[in-house]
Design a protein around this ligand. Structure first.
Ligand code: 8DG
Ligand code: MN
Ligand code: MN
Length: 377
């Protein structure tokens, strides 16, 4: 058993990108409670306070053992009075009054239901709650105009709120890779997002597509998407053009750089029990022997990057979201650099810094390399 004095000795950086955060969380009870509060704060348009709770939870996730008293936490970064009070309540009474009353509130329950619809952000959810809509049923009859994304989100609500397994992620990966290579020989696909960090389940599956020859990736997204569509794999898709442009000497030099970095937010129709099989999906009416529908809906994000930016895209899309945010904060505050999923810009030297691997980007930022499995802040 470690004494409190020893726990204090652990030095903890205030930047999550300087901490190795694996998936093993010794303080899940506390972090689960704290992670409810950002939603509440952000709903009340208090972004800063929401971020403060996320940072506090991330510090607890990093600790090598369960917290039993708040005393040794006092020296740690990111743990403000409010977070400490919540932690103290849970350690002393088994629960935090603030967290429990938040969980019980009608507003919060409605927010969870509505925000669980693909295509519905907190702002929309908030507007609907104000209009008295709290559940899915009333929403459908409310006369509210729903976007195409929201209609798909409602239709596949149950499936999309079921976690995606790693086997399902791999099955989607095979389908996407096959489609990409068939429309562009030599195309490369990388699993990104939470699954790249070693998570066993996810709310979606994320993939990065590129081609080793700069420029060959142009127009890849629409081709992949129409291929997948013709094969019957897409229940919904929205492809967005990238509006990223940078100065003359940046990686995206060509005048056509407007279209060179595209994203597709989609819903896949994935056959059940065929993990690993990139087989054509059957008709939707058929059931498996266990009486389940023969397929399920899965959220899939695709991003295409030119190879010159692919290290930045890989880093930027691997997450976690807080880790990314903290890396950008580090770059800006400590290095006077600006980091994005496209590039790293040095504001003092007034130039872009090139990198062809994640390791190089960490090095350019003066950070020790943290592998994806330890970016679970
Ligand atoms: P999960 O799906 O398993 O729940 O977790 P995740 O994989 O970590 O979350 P995610 O919401 O799928 O996001 C994965 C990463 O992708 C995250 O680091 C943030 C990044 N990302 C988006 N949307 C966009 C975007 O529009 N642009 C850029 N540059 N990055 C994005 O999610
Ligand atoms: Mn994801
Ligand atoms: Mn995603």
């Amino acid at each position: 058993q470690r004494s409190e004095a020893e726990v204090v000795m652990i030095s903890v950086s205030s930047y999550a990108c300087q901490r190795r955060t694996s998936l093993i969380n010794h303080n899940a009870v506390l972090t689960d409670a704290l992670s409810l509060l950002p939603h509440n704060a952000e709903l009340n348009e208090d972004e800063g306070r929401g971020l403060a709770f996320r940072r506090a939870a991330a510090v607890l996730k990093f600790l090598p053992e369960p917290v039993t008293t708040t005393t040794p936490l006092r020296g740690l970064p990111c743990l403000g009075e409010h977070s400490l009070r919540v932690i103290e309540d849970i350690l002393q009474d088994g629960a935090s009054r603030e967290v429990e009353s938040t969980k019980r509130s009608e507003r919060f329950k409605a927010l969870k239901v509505l925000n669980g619809i693909f295509g519905v952000g907190v702002k929309t959810a908030d507007r609907w709650i104000r209009a008295g809509i709290r559940y899915l049923q009333p929403l459908q009859g409310s006369g509210e105009t729903l976007s195409r994304a929201q209609r798909a989100g409602l239709r596949y609500y149950d499936d999309l709120n079921q976690p995606v397994s790693r086997a399902e992620a791999d099955a989607v990966g095979e389908i996407v890779e096959k489609a990409a290579v068939s429309v562009l020989p030599g195309a490369r696909m990388t699993l990104i997002g939470g699954f790249r960090r070693g998570k066993l389940t996810g709310h979606d599956v994320d993939f990065l597509l590129t081609h080793p020859e700069e420029g060959r990736e142009e127009g890849l997204m629409p081709k992949v998407v129409s291929r997948l569509e013709s094969e019957g794999f897409l229940l919904y898709q929205k492809t967005t053009r990238n509006s990223y442009l940078e100065s003359e000497d940046g990686p995206a030099r060509s005048s056509s750089s407007m279209d060179r970095f595209q994203k597709c937010f989609s819903i896949f129709k994935l056959s059940r029990g065929e993990e690993g099989g990139a087989e054509q999906t059957g008709n939707g009416e058929s059931l498996t022997p266990s009486g389940q529908e023969a397929w399920r809906a899965v959220r899939v994000d695709l991003v295409v990057s030119p190879v010159s930016q692919s290290a930045f895209a890989l880093l930027g899309w691997t997450g976690s979201k807080l880790f990314e945010r903290e890396m950008r904060r580090w770059a800006r505050r400590e290095k006077a650099m600006s980091l994005s999923s496209h590039a790293l810009y040095d504001t003092r030297q007034r130039r872009y810094l090139r990198a062809s691997s994640e390791e190089e980007i960490f090095a350019l930022l003066g950070l020790e390399f943290i592998p994806p499995s330890e970016r679970n802040a």
